[in-house]
Design a protein around this ligand. Structure first.
Ligand SMILES: Cc1ncc(COP(=O)(O)O)c(C=O)c1O
Length: 361
Protein backbone atom coordinates (compact mmCIF):
# COMPACT_ATOMS: atom_id res chain seq x y z
CA UNK A 1 0.00 0.00 0.00
CA UNK A 2 1.26 3.45 -0.91
CA UNK A 3 0.41 5.96 1.79
CA UNK A 4 1.27 9.10 -0.12
CA UNK A 5 0.26 10.85 -3.34
CA UNK A 6 0.30 8.22 -6.10
CA UNK A 7 2.64 10.16 -8.42
CA UNK A 8 5.33 10.23 -5.72
CA UNK A 9 5.63 6.45 -5.70
CA UNK A 10 7.95 6.13 -8.70
CA UNK A 11 9.89 9.34 -8.19
CA UNK A 12 13.42 9.21 -6.87
CA UNK A 13 14.53 11.28 -3.91
CA UNK A 14 16.86 13.99 -5.21
CA UNK A 15 20.22 13.81 -3.45
CA UNK A 16 22.31 16.89 -4.13
CA UNK A 17 25.98 16.09 -3.81
CA UNK A 18 28.79 18.47 -4.59
CA UNK A 19 32.49 17.82 -4.15
CA UNK A 20 33.64 19.88 -1.15
CA UNK A 21 36.73 21.54 -2.51
CA UNK A 22 38.84 24.42 -1.28
CA UNK A 23 37.64 26.59 -4.14
CA UNK A 24 33.86 26.23 -4.47
CA UNK A 25 33.10 27.56 -7.95
CA UNK A 26 30.20 25.24 -8.70
CA UNK A 27 27.01 26.60 -7.10
CA UNK A 28 26.97 30.30 -8.00
CA UNK A 29 27.63 31.24 -4.40
CA UNK A 30 29.64 34.20 -3.11
CA UNK A 31 32.82 34.28 -1.02
CA UNK A 32 31.53 37.27 0.97
CA UNK A 33 30.06 36.17 4.31
CA UNK A 34 26.96 38.33 4.86
CA UNK A 35 26.84 37.64 8.60
CA UNK A 36 30.37 38.91 9.11
CA UNK A 37 29.58 41.95 6.96
CA UNK A 38 26.65 43.14 9.09
CA UNK A 39 27.25 41.29 12.37
CA UNK A 40 27.32 44.25 14.76
CA UNK A 41 24.26 45.94 13.32
CA UNK A 42 22.43 42.60 13.27
CA UNK A 43 23.19 41.84 16.91
CA UNK A 44 22.05 45.31 17.91
CA UNK A 45 18.79 44.75 16.08
CA UNK A 46 18.38 41.28 17.60
CA UNK A 47 18.57 42.83 21.07
CA UNK A 48 15.23 44.48 20.27
CA UNK A 49 13.64 41.38 18.76
CA UNK A 50 11.65 38.89 20.84
CA UNK A 51 11.83 35.37 19.50
CA UNK A 52 9.24 34.22 22.05
CA UNK A 53 6.62 36.05 19.94
CA UNK A 54 5.02 35.12 16.62
CA UNK A 55 4.75 38.71 15.45
CA UNK A 56 7.41 41.36 15.19
CA UNK A 57 7.67 44.90 13.90
CA UNK A 58 10.63 43.58 11.92
CA UNK A 59 8.21 42.07 9.36
CA UNK A 60 6.60 45.47 8.75
CA UNK A 61 9.98 47.17 8.40
CA UNK A 62 11.29 44.43 6.12
CA UNK A 63 8.29 44.72 3.78
CA UNK A 64 8.90 48.46 3.49
CA UNK A 65 12.66 48.16 3.08
CA UNK A 66 12.30 45.44 0.45
CA UNK A 67 9.70 47.49 -1.46
CA UNK A 68 12.09 50.48 -1.35
CA UNK A 69 14.95 48.32 -2.60
CA UNK A 70 12.88 46.93 -5.50
CA UNK A 71 11.74 50.47 -6.36
CA UNK A 72 9.57 51.31 -9.41
CA UNK A 73 6.65 52.26 -7.14
CA UNK A 74 6.39 48.79 -5.60
CA UNK A 75 4.50 48.83 -2.28
CA UNK A 76 4.94 46.46 0.70
CA UNK A 77 1.76 44.49 -0.10
CA UNK A 78 3.24 43.64 -3.53
CA UNK A 79 6.10 41.69 -1.91
CA UNK A 80 6.01 38.16 -0.43
CA UNK A 81 9.13 36.51 0.93
CA UNK A 82 10.15 33.02 1.87
CA UNK A 83 13.02 30.58 2.25
CA UNK A 84 14.87 31.43 -0.92
CA UNK A 85 13.72 31.99 -4.48
CA UNK A 86 13.20 28.21 -4.66
CA UNK A 87 10.57 28.43 -1.96
CA UNK A 88 8.76 31.19 -3.82
CA UNK A 89 8.80 29.13 -7.01
CA UNK A 90 7.41 26.16 -5.06
CA UNK A 91 4.54 28.20 -3.65
CA UNK A 92 3.69 29.82 -6.98
CA UNK A 93 3.64 26.34 -8.53
CA UNK A 94 1.34 25.19 -5.76
CA UNK A 95 -0.95 28.17 -6.25
CA UNK A 96 -1.40 27.64 -10.02
CA UNK A 97 -1.81 23.85 -10.15
CA UNK A 98 -5.35 22.87 -11.02
CA UNK A 99 -5.27 19.09 -11.64
CA UNK A 100 -3.03 16.21 -12.80
CA UNK A 101 -2.89 17.58 -16.35
CA UNK A 102 -1.71 21.06 -15.29
CA UNK A 103 1.74 22.03 -16.47
CA UNK A 104 4.15 24.95 -16.53
CA UNK A 105 5.93 26.09 -19.67
CA UNK A 106 9.63 26.93 -19.51
CA UNK A 107 12.72 26.90 -21.71
CA UNK A 108 15.28 24.16 -21.84
CA UNK A 109 18.07 24.30 -20.80
CA UNK A 110 17.16 26.58 -17.95
CA UNK A 111 17.17 26.34 -14.16
CA UNK A 112 17.07 22.58 -13.67
CA UNK A 113 14.96 22.74 -10.50
CA UNK A 114 11.79 24.13 -12.13
CA UNK A 115 10.84 20.58 -13.04
CA UNK A 116 11.79 19.22 -9.66
CA UNK A 117 9.66 21.70 -7.67
CA UNK A 118 6.80 21.55 -10.17
CA UNK A 119 6.68 17.77 -9.84
CA UNK A 120 6.86 18.12 -6.05
CA UNK A 121 3.43 19.79 -6.07
CA UNK A 122 2.00 17.54 -8.78
CA UNK A 123 2.47 20.04 -11.62
CA UNK A 124 4.01 18.85 -14.89
CA UNK A 125 6.71 20.79 -16.74
CA UNK A 126 6.96 21.18 -20.53
CA UNK A 127 9.77 22.87 -22.34
CA UNK A 128 10.55 24.89 -25.44
CA UNK A 129 14.13 24.15 -26.54
CA UNK A 130 16.75 26.89 -26.71
CA UNK A 131 18.63 27.10 -30.01
CA UNK A 132 22.41 27.26 -30.48
CA UNK A 133 22.34 30.97 -29.52
CA UNK A 134 20.40 30.05 -26.36
CA UNK A 135 17.39 31.86 -27.77
CA UNK A 136 13.82 30.53 -28.01
CA UNK A 137 11.08 30.38 -30.61
CA UNK A 138 8.41 32.85 -29.46
CA UNK A 139 5.63 31.25 -31.53
CA UNK A 140 6.42 27.81 -30.09
CA UNK A 141 6.44 29.21 -26.57
CA UNK A 142 3.10 30.99 -27.06
CA UNK A 143 1.61 27.84 -28.60
CA UNK A 144 2.59 25.90 -25.49
CA UNK A 145 1.20 28.67 -23.28
CA UNK A 146 -2.11 28.53 -25.18
CA UNK A 147 -2.71 24.91 -24.17
CA UNK A 148 -5.63 24.94 -21.70
CA UNK A 149 -3.58 22.82 -19.27
CA UNK A 150 -0.71 25.30 -19.21
CA UNK A 151 -1.11 27.16 -15.92
CA UNK A 152 2.11 29.12 -15.73
CA UNK A 153 4.83 30.48 -18.02
CA UNK A 154 8.33 30.64 -16.56
CA UNK A 155 11.21 32.69 -17.95
CA UNK A 156 14.63 32.74 -16.30
CA UNK A 157 16.13 36.19 -16.93
CA UNK A 158 19.14 36.04 -17.15
CA UNK A 159 19.08 32.34 -17.81
CA UNK A 160 20.89 29.77 -15.70
CA UNK A 161 23.05 27.90 -16.76
CA UNK A 162 23.60 29.69 -20.10
CA UNK A 163 24.12 33.16 -18.57
CA UNK A 164 22.39 35.11 -21.36
CA UNK A 165 19.59 37.64 -21.20
CA UNK A 166 16.63 37.02 -23.47
CA UNK A 167 15.44 39.91 -25.61
CA UNK A 168 13.11 41.88 -23.32
CA UNK A 169 10.74 42.49 -26.24
CA UNK A 170 10.19 38.73 -26.50
CA UNK A 171 9.30 38.46 -22.83
CA UNK A 172 6.90 41.40 -23.23
CA UNK A 173 5.41 39.57 -26.21
CA UNK A 174 4.77 36.57 -23.94
CA UNK A 175 3.11 38.86 -21.40
CA UNK A 176 0.92 40.34 -24.14
CA UNK A 177 0.30 37.01 -25.82
CA UNK A 178 -1.16 35.18 -22.85
CA UNK A 179 -3.38 35.96 -19.87
CA UNK A 180 -1.76 33.10 -17.93
CA UNK A 181 0.62 34.09 -15.13
CA UNK A 182 4.16 34.72 -16.33
CA UNK A 183 6.85 34.22 -13.71
CA UNK A 184 10.15 35.92 -14.48
CA UNK A 185 12.97 34.47 -12.38
CA UNK A 186 15.40 37.32 -11.72
CA UNK A 187 17.68 35.44 -9.31
CA UNK A 188 20.70 37.05 -11.02
CA UNK A 189 19.07 40.44 -11.66
CA UNK A 190 21.72 42.50 -9.84
CA UNK A 191 24.50 41.17 -12.10
CA UNK A 192 22.49 41.98 -15.22
CA UNK A 193 21.05 45.32 -14.08
CA UNK A 194 17.92 44.68 -16.12
CA UNK A 195 14.51 44.04 -14.61
CA UNK A 196 10.87 43.69 -15.59
CA UNK A 197 9.63 45.11 -12.29
CA UNK A 198 8.90 48.42 -14.04
CA UNK A 199 6.27 46.54 -16.09
CA UNK A 200 4.26 45.30 -13.08
CA UNK A 201 1.66 48.07 -13.43
CA UNK A 202 1.14 47.30 -17.09
CA UNK A 203 0.87 43.51 -16.80
CA UNK A 204 -1.46 42.01 -14.18
CA UNK A 205 -0.11 38.54 -15.09
CA UNK A 206 3.56 39.36 -14.34
CA UNK A 207 5.33 37.92 -11.29
CA UNK A 208 9.01 38.48 -10.54
CA UNK A 209 11.01 36.20 -8.26
CA UNK A 210 14.37 37.23 -6.77
CA UNK A 211 16.98 35.76 -4.46
CA UNK A 212 19.35 36.84 -1.67
CA UNK A 213 21.65 33.90 -2.52
CA UNK A 214 23.54 35.56 -5.37
CA UNK A 215 24.16 39.29 -5.25
CA UNK A 216 23.40 39.46 -1.51
CA UNK A 217 25.88 36.61 -0.96
CA UNK A 218 23.49 34.75 1.37
CA UNK A 219 22.81 31.27 -0.07
CA UNK A 220 22.79 29.75 3.42
CA UNK A 221 20.37 32.34 4.81
CA UNK A 222 17.54 31.10 2.60
CA UNK A 223 15.78 34.30 1.68
CA UNK A 224 14.00 35.10 -1.57
CA UNK A 225 10.97 37.10 -2.59
CA UNK A 226 8.19 37.48 -5.09
CA UNK A 227 6.97 40.82 -6.44
CA UNK A 228 3.68 41.19 -8.25
CA UNK A 229 0.38 43.03 -8.19
CA UNK A 230 -1.48 42.66 -4.89
CA UNK A 231 -4.10 40.26 -6.36
CA UNK A 232 -1.32 37.80 -7.22
CA UNK A 233 0.68 38.08 -4.01
CA UNK A 234 -2.58 37.48 -2.12
CA UNK A 235 -3.17 34.22 -4.01
CA UNK A 236 0.34 33.00 -3.22
CA UNK A 237 -0.07 33.92 0.45
CA UNK A 238 -3.10 31.62 0.54
CA UNK A 239 -0.90 28.55 -0.02
CA UNK A 240 1.71 29.57 2.58
CA UNK A 241 1.70 28.89 6.29
CA UNK A 242 1.24 31.98 8.48
CA UNK A 243 4.66 32.16 10.13
CA UNK A 244 6.53 30.82 7.18
CA UNK A 245 9.76 32.77 7.58
CA UNK A 246 11.51 33.07 10.94
CA UNK A 247 11.87 36.46 12.63
CA UNK A 248 15.57 35.65 12.99
CA UNK A 249 16.03 35.41 9.22
CA UNK A 250 13.83 38.43 8.60
CA UNK A 251 15.99 40.46 10.97
CA UNK A 252 19.17 39.47 9.18
CA UNK A 253 17.60 40.17 5.76
CA UNK A 254 16.44 43.58 6.99
CA UNK A 255 19.90 44.41 8.37
CA UNK A 256 21.47 43.35 5.08
CA UNK A 257 19.12 45.61 3.14
CA UNK A 258 19.95 48.51 5.45
CA UNK A 259 23.65 47.87 4.70
CA UNK A 260 23.16 46.97 1.08
CA UNK A 261 26.03 49.19 -0.09
CA UNK A 262 28.43 46.35 0.91
CA UNK A 263 26.63 43.89 -1.35
CA UNK A 264 26.13 46.31 -4.20
CA UNK A 265 29.87 47.02 -4.17
CA UNK A 266 30.68 43.30 -4.04
CA UNK A 267 28.35 42.66 -7.00
CA UNK A 268 30.05 45.41 -8.98
CA UNK A 269 33.42 43.79 -8.29
CA UNK A 270 32.12 40.31 -9.25
CA UNK A 271 30.92 41.75 -12.57
CA UNK A 272 34.37 43.20 -13.18
CA UNK A 273 36.04 39.89 -12.28
CA UNK A 274 33.59 38.04 -14.53
CA UNK A 275 34.52 40.23 -17.50
CA UNK A 276 38.23 39.84 -16.73
CA UNK A 277 37.85 36.06 -16.43
CA UNK A 278 35.87 35.91 -19.68
CA UNK A 279 38.57 37.89 -21.50
CA UNK A 280 41.33 35.66 -20.09
CA UNK A 281 39.45 32.44 -20.95
CA UNK A 282 38.86 33.65 -24.51
CA UNK A 283 42.66 33.75 -24.92
CA UNK A 284 43.12 30.09 -23.99
CA UNK A 285 43.35 27.89 -27.09
CA UNK A 286 40.97 24.94 -27.04
CA UNK A 287 38.44 26.68 -24.82
CA UNK A 288 35.07 28.11 -25.76
CA UNK A 289 33.41 30.49 -23.33
CA UNK A 290 30.09 32.29 -23.53
CA UNK A 291 29.46 35.88 -22.34
CA UNK A 292 27.32 36.16 -19.23
CA UNK A 293 25.05 38.59 -17.38
CA UNK A 294 25.34 36.62 -14.15
CA UNK A 295 28.02 35.61 -11.63
CA UNK A 296 29.00 32.52 -13.64
CA UNK A 297 30.43 31.58 -17.03
CA UNK A 298 29.54 28.64 -19.24
CA UNK A 299 32.54 27.12 -21.01
CA UNK A 300 33.64 24.06 -22.90
CA UNK A 301 36.89 22.32 -23.76
CA UNK A 302 35.09 20.07 -26.26
CA UNK A 303 35.79 16.38 -25.79
CA UNK A 304 38.36 17.27 -23.08
CA UNK A 305 35.74 18.81 -20.77
CA UNK A 306 35.21 15.69 -18.67
CA UNK A 307 38.96 15.29 -18.11
CA UNK A 308 39.33 19.03 -17.44
CA UNK A 309 36.57 18.77 -14.83
CA UNK A 310 38.50 16.02 -13.04
CA UNK A 311 41.78 17.91 -13.36
CA UNK A 312 40.22 20.99 -11.76
CA UNK A 313 38.92 18.83 -8.91
CA UNK A 314 42.44 17.48 -8.40
CA UNK A 315 43.59 21.11 -8.16
CA UNK A 316 41.00 21.72 -5.42
CA UNK A 317 38.53 23.54 -7.66
CA UNK A 318 34.88 22.50 -7.95
CA UNK A 319 33.05 23.62 -11.11
CA UNK A 320 29.67 22.34 -12.29
CA UNK A 321 29.34 19.81 -15.09
CA UNK A 322 26.14 20.82 -16.93
CA UNK A 323 26.77 18.54 -19.91
CA UNK A 324 23.88 16.17 -19.21
CA UNK A 325 21.61 18.43 -21.26
CA UNK A 326 22.05 17.79 -25.02
CA UNK A 327 22.28 21.52 -25.84
CA UNK A 328 25.08 21.81 -23.27
CA UNK A 329 27.01 18.67 -24.21
CA UNK A 330 30.61 18.95 -22.94
CA UNK A 331 29.85 22.20 -21.11
CA UNK A 332 31.01 23.21 -17.65
CA UNK A 333 29.93 26.18 -15.53
CA UNK A 334 32.22 28.18 -13.29
CA UNK A 335 31.14 30.70 -10.65
CA UNK A 336 33.05 33.97 -10.43
CA UNK A 337 34.13 34.11 -6.80
CA UNK A 338 37.42 35.87 -5.94
CA UNK A 339 40.58 37.12 -7.62
CA UNK A 340 42.58 34.34 -6.00
CA UNK A 341 40.13 31.62 -7.12
CA UNK A 342 40.07 33.03 -10.64
CA UNK A 343 43.87 33.13 -10.82
CA UNK A 344 44.26 29.51 -9.66
CA UNK A 345 41.39 28.40 -11.90
CA UNK A 346 42.97 30.01 -14.98
CA UNK A 347 46.40 28.60 -14.14
CA UNK A 348 45.00 25.08 -13.69
CA UNK A 349 43.14 25.26 -16.99
CA UNK A 350 46.19 26.53 -18.87
CA UNK A 351 48.32 23.73 -17.39
CA UNK A 352 45.77 21.13 -18.43
CA UNK A 353 45.15 22.44 -21.96
CA UNK A 354 48.87 23.03 -22.56
CA UNK A 355 49.62 19.46 -21.54
CA UNK A 356 46.87 18.23 -23.80
CA UNK A 357 48.47 19.93 -26.84
CA UNK A 358 51.86 18.49 -25.94
CA UNK A 359 50.38 15.01 -25.54
CA UNK A 360 48.94 15.31 -29.06
CA UNK A 361 52.12 16.58 -30.78
C1 LIG B 1 17.68 30.77 -11.78
C2 LIG B 1 17.61 30.45 -10.33
N1 LIG B 1 16.46 30.60 -9.68
C3 LIG B 1 16.36 30.32 -8.38
C4 LIG B 1 17.45 29.88 -7.66
C5 LIG B 1 17.30 29.54 -6.22
O1 LIG B 1 17.72 30.59 -5.39
P1 LIG B 1 17.60 30.49 -3.83
O2 LIG B 1 18.92 30.07 -3.29
O3 LIG B 1 17.21 31.88 -3.38
O4 LIG B 1 16.53 29.50 -3.50
C6 LIG B 1 18.67 29.70 -8.29
C7 LIG B 1 19.83 29.20 -7.56
O5 LIG B 1 20.86 28.83 -8.08
C8 LIG B 1 18.77 29.99 -9.68
O6 LIG B 1 19.90 29.82 -10.35
Amino acid sequence: MHRFRSDLKDRKVAHITVPLKRRMMCLNESVLDPYQSVREAFLLRMDQVHLNRYFSEVSVELAQELADYVGHGVTPDMVVWGNGADDMLYHVFMAVRENDRSFLAAMSPSYFDYKCYANAVGLQARFVPLDEHFDFDLAAYLALAADPDCKLCVVCQPNNPTGNLFDEEKILAILRGTTKPVLVDEAYFEFAGQTLVSKLDEFPNLMVVRSFSKSFSAAGLRFGYLVSQRENTDQVRKVMTFFHSSIFIQTLALTMLEHRAVFIEHTRRVCEMRDELLAAMCQIPGLRVWPSHTNFLLFSAGDCSAALHLHLQDCGIAVRDVGAHPRLAECLRVTVTSEDDNRVFLKSMRTFLDGKDKRRT
